[in-house]
Design a protein around this ligand. Structure first.
Ligand SMILES: Nc1ncnc2c1ncn2[C@@H]1O[C@H](COP(=O)(O)OP(=O)(O)OP(=O)(O)O)[C@@H](O)[C@H]1O
Ligand SMILES: [Zn+2]
Length: 469
């Protein structure tokens, strides 16, 4: 595998050579869990899941860390407005993000560290920076001294004179371009002890400390959305390198989901929540849509574009299902050389999809010609390639997640019906105890039985609405 990735720091495609052969360590900036995810939020999760799957397919041992920022001004403010504890607010929306990732078939991270669980590491990192003369404490805050790090701005291309951290002026800050590592305690806000007083972490510090804790002082790839290049990643890099760590060796950034030409963003109000979109299309179709564009390009949302992607997905799915119907089984095959070349070229998913469509057409021709062996072989290739993109139509994730017509549902139906027939026989024999026992057993398994004029009907009780399924 000769994988080339566009490295934001080098501003060029670079061949990926891991720090340790056969291992890849990846850090992805996760969500600030302040509200439900919109489809822009989950794009990075989907895009870099493809990178992970491609490395896994080449037998890499991948350590994939995606953090949760569970302490932040926005979380504190929103929780306070709602009159709820901040930790409950964060936990609620962390679950909401987890559910969205799960629905879209994003592989669970190797570790999902929360910022609040890593304050010790943050304090240690600050101590190293202060000792090395790169940071200072003032009035309970701790700042990074930007001028002490000559390479500052190298990632984003900012000249020092043009740097605006987006932070307000503060007592004791030596230079307006310095950024906050640690915020002094405010009344009523959560805080942790440090040698410089109680307070809470700044966002940038969190990721540097968590990346090092899990992936070491130097690791392979740091990923995130394009908006994070500055200041977030510039500041992460400055902190970690100033502290003597090699930090990330490659920086990858995904483009935005836009609507009306602007970044989909809560503050602009042009957002579509994941559950809402899943009322229109199935999760695998949404994933196919979000993951179908090149990860670095902008993806302008429209209902029409989403519908077209869903229809395209259904075309590929129909070919695989039709072949499966005739052949019985479609073993996962191997991707083609064209597909590999496309993905190796900075994860060129659009070209990879063109290859899949080509195979699909060839497969449909084979089906039409009655050449089932050829169709099965091609469907196996299609499954392998779609699997790398996380959307293999026969992946059990989609099959079991789809309540109607799925293999799992059909299997369950056979078992439940057998139980219901036994219950009918027990009733006919006036063996009420046996009939009740069967009903109770089904209830314990979460199967709810309703007697209707057409006979008993059953459904699995769920605790949440399975939107779109
Ligand atoms: N429209 C979008 N398209 C792609 N990625 C996005 C989009 N909006 C946010 N992200 C990414 O989601 C991740 C989490 O971002 P964060 O929680 O800071 O949200 P945000 O950018 O403040 O979103 P919002 O503006 O909607 O509040 C970041 O990596 C960010 O780049
Ligand atoms: Zn981060």
């Amino acid at each position: 595998m000769t994988l080339r990735l566009f490295d934001t720091e080098a501003r060029a495609l670079r061949e990926f050579t891991p720090l340790a052969p056969g291992h890849a360590s990846i850090y992805l900036c996760g969500a600030t869990v302040q509200g439900d995810p919109h489809i822009g939020h989950v794009r990075s999760g989907v895009a870099f899941d493809v990178l992970r799957r491609w490395l896994l397919a080449h037998d890499y041992d991948v350590a994939f860390v995606r953090n949760v920022t569970d302490i932040d001004d926005k979380i504190l403010n929103k929780a306070a407005e709602a009159g709820r504890p901040w930790w409950e607010w964060a936990a609620t929306y962390e679950r909401s993000f987890d559910r969205a990732y799960e629905q879209l078939g994003v592989l669970a991270p190797s570790a999902e560290p929360r910022a609040t669980g890593h304050v010790t590491q943050m304090v240690e990192l600050m101590a190293r920076l202060i000792d090395a003369g790169h940071a200072y404490a003032a009035a309970g805050d701790v700042y990074f001294d930007v001028r002490s790090f000559p390479a500052y701005g190298a990632l984003s291309g900012h000249k020092l004179d043009d740097v605006h951290q987006g932070e307000s002026a503060a007592e004791g800050k030596r230079d307006p371009r310095d950024f906050t590592l640690w915020k002094a305690e405010k009344p009523g806000e959560p805080s942790w002890p440090t040698p410089w007083g109680r307070g809470r972490p700044g966002w940038h510090l969190e990721c540097s400390a968590m990346a090092e804790a899990y992936l070491g002082a130097e690791f392979d790839i740091h990923c995130g959305g394009l908006d994070l290049v500055f200041p977030h990643h510039e500041n992460e890099l400055a902190q970690s390198r100033a502290a003597g760590d090699g930090f990330a060796r490659y920086w990858l950034h995904n483009g935005w989901v836009t609507m009306g030409g602007e970044k989909m963003s809560k503050s602009l109000g042009n957002v579509l929540s994941v559950p809402n979109v899943l009322k229109r299309v199935r999760p695998q179709e949404l994933r196919f849509y979000l993951g179908g564009a090149h990860y670095r390009s902008m993806l302008e949302y429209s209902d029409h574009a989403l519908d077209v992607a869903a229809e395209t997905y259904r075309g590929i799915e129909a070919f695989v299902l039709k072949t499966q119907e005739r052949a019985g089984e479609i073993p996962v095959g191997k991707w083609t050389a064209e597909f590999a070349a496309a993905l190796d070229d900075d994860l060129g998913v659009p070209k990879a999809l063109a290859e899949i469509h080509g195979r699909q057409r060839e497969g449909n021709r084979a089906l039409a010609a009655g050449d089932l062996d050829a169709a099965v072989a091609i469907a196996g290739q299609v499954r392998a390639m779609m699997g790398i993109l996380g959307v293999d139509p026969l992946d059990p994730h989609w099959v079991s997640g789809t309540a109607d017509g799925s293999a799992l549902h059909d299997a369950l139906d056979v078992l439940v019906r057998a139980n219901l027939e036994a219950r009918q026989r027990a009733k006919a024999d006036k063996d009420w105890a046996a009939a009740d026992e069967i009903r109770d057993r089904l209830a314990m398994a979460g199967v709810e039985v309703t007697d209707t004029p057409n006979g008993p009907e059953w459904a699995v009780k769920t605790n949440h609405n399975e939107a779109g399924q």
